[in-house]
Structures are given as structure tokens and as C-alpha cells.
Write a protein that binds this ligand. Structure first.
Ligand code: PTJ
Length: 258
């Protein structure tokens, strides 16, 4: 389907098409299309822009990744469909390993995702098939299957578009978790060490850029960027920003877009 470039919602419609195409290629789970719809609704409330709270979280996340001894980027279907190139760039700039980790796990999807990441320039992709031989304790979903050289051994894990449980389990194992989630109310958002409330499509290029910029800083300075960040406070501020936007719109004669 062709999206007219002058359509007022062209950017959003093109992203949908990318997901549908990736669904047809076996990368995205059908449930991933629903998850995207939920994300779109929150993005609408955020004004489809990177809010200042997300900028601060991106800076803290970059510092955390640069300080990590064994950072890992967890990749699911939606993240791969929307940001394969940027995920590979982030892995290169931080030295983080890329690991496929799926909620709706099938061998075909694991392989399709690994293939797509390799096409985007990844040299190695962890967590495919028998490589995911370890398990995260107390986690019953398919997400429990992890690579002993990847997520299991990681000290910092980036989890874009996550679904609740695992973030909690990873924190219990003593790992620091960076989430990218448009929903500031989600359990993932609340359980993570650093939550970037932004669309992965906008957040990842900014995160890559922040890592490239902060790379020159010493460990102490990086550590102070992390310790001055408070996730709970940041999430509250993100919610306040949504409220403020809604109040502004509610005060207008015609705030909706239809
Ligand atoms: O590929 P799989 O098998 O691992 O499955 C992936 C999905 C996303 C289907 C699975 O993890 C899932 O069901 O997730 P949830 O519980 O629907 O949570 C996804 C979260 O991501 C929701 O809070 C959405 O608001 C959010 N989200 C959706 N699209 C985006 C997003 N956050 C950032 N950027 C987006 N583009």
C-alpha cells in the first residue's frame, strides 16, 4: 500500500506499514501489531515528540551503558522491525552484545530476527536456538530462555518494548535495566533502573548519539550522571507533562485531530 507523502499522518502510517511488512516476513508477532497500537496511543498523548524527561533518561541510559562491563541489548520482533540499524549502531558504540529474546518465541522468528540484524551490520547475534540454554529463575514466559554469554552474564540490559515480568526478574538478579517504553504506567517502566518514555524510533538515534558524545567522559563523571537520575521522579514528571498537554488541549475550542 502506498502512503501519500503529503498525508498529515504519513510518518505514523509508514511506521505501521514497516511493522506489517515485518509481520509478513515472520519478524513481528501478530500480538506485536497490537502492542504497537497501544504505543501509538501513548505517543499521541506525548505529542509524538521526545519530551525533556526522555532526554534526561537517554543521557542516564548512555552513561549506564558506557559504564557497563557486560552490556546486552535484548531484541524482540517490534524492536527489530522498527530499529534494526540503530540497534546495531548502539551495539557498536557501546560494545553491547545483541541477543534475541522473544515472548512469542519460535525458532523461525529467532532466525528471521537474527538475519535482519546481520543484514543491518551485526557481526554476532546471541540467544538463537540452543544458544539460549540458560533460564532466568522464577520467570515462566518464553522470555526466561537466555544466552549464558549474553543476558545471563550481563550487568546492564537494554529492553525495548518489554512486557512487565522480565524486567522485575532481571532486577532481582541484580542487573540494571534500561527500558524504552511509551507507556509511563507500565510495570516495565516502573521496575527499570532507567526508563526512556519515548518511541523507539526517536529514542534510539538519540541514545546512539549520546553514547558517542559521552564516551569521552571519565568513569566518575559517567557515574554521577547515573546517580543523579531518579527513575520514579522522572516517570512522574513524564505523566505531569502528559497531563499538562491534555489540559492545554481541553482548554482549546478544538484540540483533537480526528
Ligand atoms: O517479539 P516478541 O515475541 O518478544 O513480542 C513483543 C511484544 C511487544 C508483542 C511483547 O513484548 C508484548 O506483548 O509487549 P506488551 O506487553 O504489549 O508491551 C509493549 C510495550 O511497548 C507497551 O507498553 C507499549 O506501549 C510499548 N510500545 C509499543 N510500541 C512502542 C512502544 N514503546 C516504544 N516505542 C514503540 N514504538
Amino acid at each position: 500500500m502506498r502512503i501519500p507523502p503529503n498525508h498529515p499522518r504519513a510518518a505514523s502510517l509508514i511506521i505501521r506499514e514497516r511493522l506489517v511488512e515485518a509481520y509478513r516476513q515472520g519478524i513481528v508477532a501478530p500480538e506485536g501489531l497490537l502492542a504497537h497500537g497501544r504505543g501509538e496511543a501513548f505517543d499521541y498523548l506525548l505529542g509524538e515528540r521526545t519530551i525533556p524527561e526522555a532526554e534526561s533518561a537517554i543521557e542516564a541510559a548512555a552513561a549506564l551503558l558506557l559504564l557497563a562491563a557486560r552490556p546486552v541489548i535484548s531484541v524482540n520482533g517490534n524492536a527489530c522491525a522498527l530499529a534494526a540499524e540503530e540497534l546495531v549502531k548502539l551495539s557498536k558504540v557501546t560494545g553491547a552484545r545483541l541477543e534475541v529474546n522473544l515472548f512469542y518465541r519460535t525458532r523461525q522468528r529467532e532466525e528471521a530476527i537474527a538475519r535482519r540484524l546481520k543484514e543491518a551490520g551485526a557481526e554476532e547475534v546471541y540467544g538463537v536456538g540452543e544458544q539460549a540454554s540458560a533460564t532466568i529463575p522464577e520467570l515462566s514466559s518464553e522470555r526466561r530462555r537466555v544466552d549464558p554469554r549474553g543476558i545471563l552474564a550481563a550487568d546492564v540490559v537494554l529492553v525495548p518494548l518489554e512486557d512487565g515480568d522480565r524486567t522485575e526478574a532481571l532486577r532481582r538478579l541484580g542487573k540494571q535495566v534500561i527500558a524504552i517504553d511509551l507507556n509511563p504506567l507500565s510495570r516495565t517502566a516502573r521496575m527499570a533502573t532507567v526508563t526512556i518514555v519515548d518511541n523507539i524510533v526517536r529514542a534510539l538515534p538519540r541514545l546512539v548519539q549520546a553514547c558517542a558524545t559521552l564516551r569521552t567522559l571519565g568513569r566518575e563523571e559517567l557515574a554521577s550522571r547515573v546517580s543523579s537520575f531518579n527513575n520514579e521522579r522522572n516517570l512522574r514528571a513524564a505523566l505531569a507533562r502528559i497531563l499538562e498537554g491534555l489540559r492545554r488541549l481541553a482548554g482549546e475550542e478544538d484540540g483533537g485531530e480526528g
